[in-house]
Design a protein around this ligand. Sequence first.
Ligand SMILES: *Cc1c(COP(=O)(O)O)cnc(C)c1O
Length: 386
Amino acid sequence: MNTIELDNQYVASTYKRFPIEIVSGKGSLVKDVNGKEYIDMGSGIAVTSFGVADDEWIAAVEKQIHSVQHMSNLFYTAPCANLAKALCDKTGMSKVFFSNSGAEANECAIKVARKWAAEHKGPACSTIVTLEQSFHGRTLTTLAATGQDHFHELFQPLTPGFASFPAGDMDALKKLCANGTVAAVLIEMVQGEGGVIALDPAFVKELAAFLKEQDILLMVDEVQTGNGRTGTMYAYMQYGLQPDVVSTAKGLAGGLPMGATLMSGKVKDVLSYGDHGSTFGGNPIAAAAALSIVERLTDDFLADVTRKSQLIRSLLEGAPGIESISGLGLMIGLKTTKPAAEVLAACRENGVLCLTAKDKVRLLPALNIPDELLIKAADVIKAACK
Ligand SMILES: *Cc1c(COP(=O)(O)O)cnc(C)c1O
């Protein structure tokens, strides 16, 4: 049996995979088992921040593999401590909890909010409010946080204590908060899985002011938007926010599993010994990889992410079959006249790998994708949309 046959027979059928087996790559180019080359416009769903098999990333990982690959959280290791400092230096946050995925980073955020609210406002204050069309993960608790009913149906009962409201509808939020039981509001600055929709800055400003006045925590899910993806270290920075908690994962370690929950001064001491943990969280290899990524996200580099975003948007804007472009930085959604799946298939045929989000075509190229590949990919995408 070949890989596709083996996978179809033995791997749980939870993913509708594209009919391609990728075997290698360099930067933003990947090769399939038949030697066909593709421009990767998905980077493993915003994970391989500097592309595939990036030399600096390999060097950071390799160095750590030869030192110590894992020691458990019962011991101190430098990559974990250095990464936490780097993340705090770049954000003004105070402490970090490390895990292995976006869902876990959000689980930690939710635990922080529940414990903080119980201690400061009483045990009845436990509700976490999220936005409709949000996506926060696949565990039973982060599914409860995900404001899309179709994710919930098959897995009842989910963790209680969650509610959602439509982005922009402050009256709906105020109603949810009226009885004083809301501990925190958790938002994505750009709803990724929800269709690459950036929140309206006026709504975000009003939301932040209201939460501050009510002493409700503002938590931002930067799992997909984080680590340079939108042209700033975190997307909330473009909205002038100072969140109480930030969760991130996907691109943080450039292709190794790592989640992080960043806590502001207000909540940095909420978790104490034994309150939370993760065997692999802060693993030295993942942390060394993440540190190498974070150190490369300089102001100049991030400005170039924004420039690349403007470049590809200008190439796609107004093209026949592209009705609108949404998103922020190198997180781009295309509303196309043709069904997104059809556009993706035509792109694959012509050597470009894209993704979908809801009914849109979604582009999440590596942050350092060369301009010439971006231009080539835009040509293929335009032809596929026509
Ligand atoms: C992908 C994603 C998650 C879930 O991350 P996993 O690593 O798959 O658990 C959570 N929130 C957002 C916004 C995401 O994009």
